[in-house]
Design a protein around this ligand. Structure first.
Ligand code: HEC
Ligand code: HEC
Ligand code: HEC
Ligand code: HEC
Ligand code: HEC
Length: 237
């Protein structure tokens, strides 16, 4: 629904830059060819690491992240490791349940989507106010199912008042000449990506660590978080 405007591309007949034949509830991809990142090099719309360079691209960015799959990842192939699937699980994993809240009795048959735009944003007015903040689901910190991993997760001193969004939705998109738009793929941009593509990293972002060079930032990152890419929860030790 939101993706019909918050993405870029061409209608299937190639004539329009908006999805002319799309109706809410249908599959946008059947009506629209989106401009996608190629994950190798920068393009005018995307950084080579798959992050947004321009505005109106939140939809494709979101689809690349875990929030888009938060319903699928626990219904498809779930092995029972965190207990039985109940309506209470859905309050963090599915849009309709998250918006209605605990106790509303929303069950598996009533939900279709993971954490959509409308979970975090109001859709009628108040667009600049959050609907649900990160801590409504990440209430124990980053990890809910592996709380011990929350230790040392944020090395910055509390005086820096750094929030989830500062690191996990870094400002990578230019608007009005400034990096003012938040990446909608939830996750970290490491300083080594700045070296490779020029994309602002999660560490030197907004008001944070702008005085440091890439080598210092990447070195410090590795001291705190280790080397390599983020380990997905199912394979982390
Ligand atoms: C008909 C096109 C259209 C649709 C559909 C649409 N938007 Fe937008 N939205 C816009 C435009 C245009 C802007 C202005 C900002 C810009 O130019 O980037 C905007 C801005 C926003 C902003 C920023 C507002 C601010 O004050 O900072 C948010 C958040 C937003 N939209 C969320 C949504 C969500 C959530 C949905 C789905 C429920 C949605 N939009 C559907 C066109 C649309
Ligand atoms: C409605 C509940 C909910 C809200 C609100 C929410 N999250 Fe999440 N988040 C989840 C769930 C559930 C997952 C796990 C998805 C999965 O792997 O199935 C997740 C996963 C993540 C991940 C891992 C992403 C990935 O691609 O693997 C990050 C990072 C994250 N959230 C950050 C945030 C930030 C930042 C905010 C606030 C802007 C936020 N979350 C708001 C429920 C939520
Ligand atoms: C308070 C919010 C919340 C509730 C309630 C919740 N989850 Fe999660 N879930 C998360 C978050 C946050 C993540 C990603 C980070 C992590 O692993 O803790 C996640 C990730 C997952 C994942 C994918 C990642 C992985 O480790 O495989 C599965 C599967 C999952 N949850 C199943 C469940 C089940 C089953 C329930 C109910 C028994 C449940 N969740 C209840 C917040 C929640
Ligand atoms: C100082 C920056 C910083 C802040 C602030 C921060 N994180 Fe993280 N987070 C990281 C880094 C770096 C990683 C990747 C390294 C790792 O996996 O330990 C990570 C990993 C994660 C993961 C698991 C990795 C994944 O993508 O599956 C989740 C979920 C997460 N953070 C959520 C949150 C939430 C929610 C908040 C706010 C309560 C938050 N983080 C605050 C830096 C931060
Ligand atoms: C996990 C929560 C979350 C989800 C899901 C989410 N957003 Fe956002 N969005 C945010 C946050 C946080 C901001 C920054 C708000 C602020 O600074 O006040 C933001 C900002 C925006 C903005 C303003 C420009 C900017 O980058 O600051 C637009 C437009 C927007 N979102 C559209 C969307 C659309 C469209 C979707 C679905 C494809 C979506 N969002 C999904 C949390 C989310």
């Amino acid at each position: 629904m939101c993706g019909q405007c918050h993405t870029r591309g061409k209608s299937k007949d190639g004539n329009f830059f908006f999805p002319v034949s799309y109706k809410p509830g249908k599959n946008l991809e059947d009506h629209f060819d989106e401009i996608k990142p190629d994950y190798i090099q920068n393009s005018s719309h995307w950084w080579g690491n798959g992050r947004e360079r321009k505005r109106h691209q939140e939809y494709f960015a979101w689809k690349q992240g875990g929030h888009a799959n938060s319903l699928k990842s626990f219904t498809e192939g779930y092995d029972g490791k965190y207990g039985e699937l109940t309506n209470d699980c859905l309050v963090c994993h599915a849009a309709t349940a998250a918006m209605k809240g605990k106790g509303a009795g929303v069950g598996l048959g009533d939900v279709e989507h993971g954490i959509t735009c409308a979970v975090c944003h109001y859709s009628h007015g108040d667009l600049d106010e959050p609907r649900l903040g990160c801590d409504s689901c990440h209430s124990k910190g980053a990890y809910f199912h592996h709380p011990t991993r929350n230790e040392g997760h944020i090395p910055c001193p509390s005086s820096a008042n750094v929030q989830c969004v500062n690191c996990h939705m870094p400002l990578t998109g230019k608007n009005g000449g400034e990096y003012a738009l938040h990446s909608h793929t939830p996750g970290i941009v490491q300083p080594k990506d700045t070296a490779e593509f020029g994309v602002p990293s999660s560490c030197a972002n907004g008001e944070c660590h702008q005085d440091r060079d890439v080598e210092w930032l990447q070195g410090t990152y590795e001291v705190h978080y280790g080397v390599g890419d983020v380990v997905p929860p199912e394979t982390a030790s």
